[in-house]
Design a protein around this ligand. Structure first.
Ligand code: PGA
Length: 250
């Protein structure tokens, strides 16, 4: 399984940022990386980003509603993302869980919506600092997997993103041992529930203050199947340095 390097632009980027998409596409064309490359721009840019990328990289959404359509002002369905040119969608990001009150059950419904629309779901999990300090990191992650990953996961319809909340946007990262411990635990949970085929092949991304200077070390950790990158995905040069650090690590 190739690693997946996914950029999460969050609420950043207007038309001018399409130049970064083009720059990333040119880097990928000039020197094909060992991984799959995905950028999730704000919803307003998805259609133009997909048109710009022309399949050189994948484009995704950052969230979706669970329903196909209806009276949900401001929301966007997975089908709409697909129609706009997305092939993936992030669901259950900690910022959605925190600022929009998304529960595990809602995240599960969104992941099912993603599959229904033919999108890959990137399902985010991860402990807060207080939970880690209390020694509950592994327990929190397995609980989130149990309750926000639907039955029906396959290695191609889903990636799990382990994002310790305290590492997001803070410049702090867990040690390699800490990342390995959680990723190994997630692998065990996936294999137990989804079997040695799909459960073992599903990519487990690390996210939280990943940048050019730590990417190679993180991407070489066992059971790290790629990265979900926020701040460092906004500039093509930084993002490129990260996807070029990808190896054939499963
Ligand atoms: P960061 O964000 O790379 O800026 O820490 C990661 C994320 O929230 O996906």
């Amino acid at each position: 399984m190739r690693q997946l390097i996914a950029g999460n632009w969050k609420m950043n980027g207007t038309s001018a940022a399409l130049g970064e998409i083009e720059a990333v596409c040119e880097m990928v064309t000039a020197r094909p990386p060992a991984c799959d490359v995905l950028i999730c721009p704000p919803a307003t840019l998805i259609a133009r980003a997909a048109a710009q990328a022309k399949g050189r990289i994948a484009i995704g959404g950052q969230d979706c509603h669970a329903q196909v359509s209806g009276a949900f002002t401001g929301d966007i369905s997975a089908e709409m993302l697909k129609d706009a040119g997305a092939s993936a969608v992030i669901v259950g990001h900690s910022e959605r869980r925190q600022y929009h009150g998304e529960t595990d059950a809602m995240v599960m419904a969104k992941a099912q919506a993603a599959w229904r629309a033919g999108l890959m779901a990137i399902i985010c999990i991860g402990e807060t600092e207080a939970q880690r300090v209390a020694g509950h990191a592994l327990h929190i992650c397995s609980g989130q997997i149990d309750n926000s990953v639907p039955d029906g996961l396959t290695a191609s319809n889903t990636a799990i993103a382990y994002e310790p909340v305290w590492a997001i946007g803070t410049g702090r990262t867990p040690t390699s041992q800490e990342i390995a411990e959680v990723h190994d635990h997630i692998r065990t949970c996936l294999t137990k529930r989804f079997g040695k085929g799909e459960g073992a092949a599903t990519r487990i991304l690390y996210g939280g203050s990943m940048k050019p200077s730590n990417a190679a070390e993180i991407l070489a950790i066992s059971n790290v199947g790629g990265g979900l990158i926020g701040g460092a995905s906004l500039k093509a040069q930084d993002f490129g340095a990260i996807f070029n650090a990808s190896s054939a690590n499963p």
